[in-house]
Design a protein around this ligand. Structure first.
Ligand SMILES: O=C(O)CCC(=O)C(=O)O
Length: 286
């Protein structure tokens, strides 16, 4: 079975009942061409044209010399990457898939450079968001390919429909939080694995209980991705933790991704600053 995918149409795109049914059944949808080359050119001016964003990058995990490098921010902000996270198409699709108002939970830039690391072990995003006080799995992740994502450069691999098995216990494995490998082994016998190969500007929306992993980038081709996570407004965390409680999201027209000229002012993004003991730990679990 191939990937479940549809093509974005800037003149009018709708999350149809067919898309919603498949999302609920498979746990994901790939939307090709959600961002076009002009959008990507403008995003590039922030991501590569200045160090304002990438200077916040850090490395996480000790998976046998294949650590993951990323920058993470809790509020979208007003630069071009903020427009990506706040634009009507992204927020609208997320609201349709989650069935109600959403807010920005966090975003990140995952940087898998050529011939480097970036291994992510099998996990569910809700594996740790649960620990952050989100009571329901009313959350999703949007993964946008900034570079072409292929099997060779460590694209995402998902277990299709694995969200239907519910949340799996997560354990600390070599510096990363991973889903209990025995449980994953059982689920893998009942689900199909799919490599999610994407072209720049394509987006994968996936349910927070979908099991996913990715291999290190052993290829000569860089694989960077922009990721934004959304939570239902009604599912605000019941404790203070690493990511924000309900904060109304100020939507912007899709055209702002092309038109925004803010490439350097990152004020208000609330970048995550790692310390030796806050990686994946709730800040306050009272
Ligand atoms: O970018 C990747 O390869 C995996 C990212 C991921 O799964 C995560 O950050 O939770």
């Amino acid at each position: 079975m191939g990937l479940f995918e549809c093509q974005f149409d800037p003149k009018g795109f709708e999350v149809t009942p067919e898309i919603l049914d498949n999302y609920n059944k498979l746990g994901y949808v790939v939307i090709r061409g959600l961002f076009d080359s002009e959008d990507l050119e403008n995003i590039k001016k922030v991501v590569e044209g200045s160090d304002a964003l990438v200077k916040h990058a850090y490395t996480r995990g000790t998976i046998s010399d294949h650590p993951a490098t990323l920058a993470l921010w809790n509020q979208p902000g007003n630069d071009v990457t903020g427009m990506v996270a706040r634009c009507e198409k992204v927020v609208g699709i997320s609201e349709k898939l989650l069935g109600g108002e959403v807010y920005h939970y966090h975003s990140k830039l995952i940087m898998k450079n050529a011939n480097t690391g970036g291994k992510h072990i099998w996990h569910q995003d809700y594996g740790y968001w649960y620990q952050y006080g989100c009571l329901k799995p009313d959350m999703l992740t949007m993964f946008i390919a900034y570079d072409k994502c292929t099997k060779e450069n460590g694209c995402l691999e998902i277990l299709v429909g694995s969200h239907q098995y519910g949340r799996v216990d997560h354990l600390m494995i070599s510096g990363q939080q991973g889903a209990d490998p025995k449980r994953v082994g059982h689920i893998a016998k009942h689900t199909e694995s799919q490599f999610v190969e994407l072209n720049p500007g394509d987006a994968l929306f996936f349910h927070c209980n979908v099991l996913h992993q990715s291999q290190p980038n052993t290829s000569p081709n860089r694989r960077w991705a922009l990721i934004s996570a959304y939570n239902r407004a009604s599912n605000s965390p019941v404790i203070e933790s690493a990511h924000p409680q309900y904060t109304p999201l100020e939507k912007v027209p899709d055209s702002c991704v092309k038109e925004c000229k803010n490439y350097t002012d990152m004020s208000g993004k609330a970048f995550f600053k790692p310390t030796s003991n806050n990686l994946f730990q709730p800040i306050n679990t009272k």
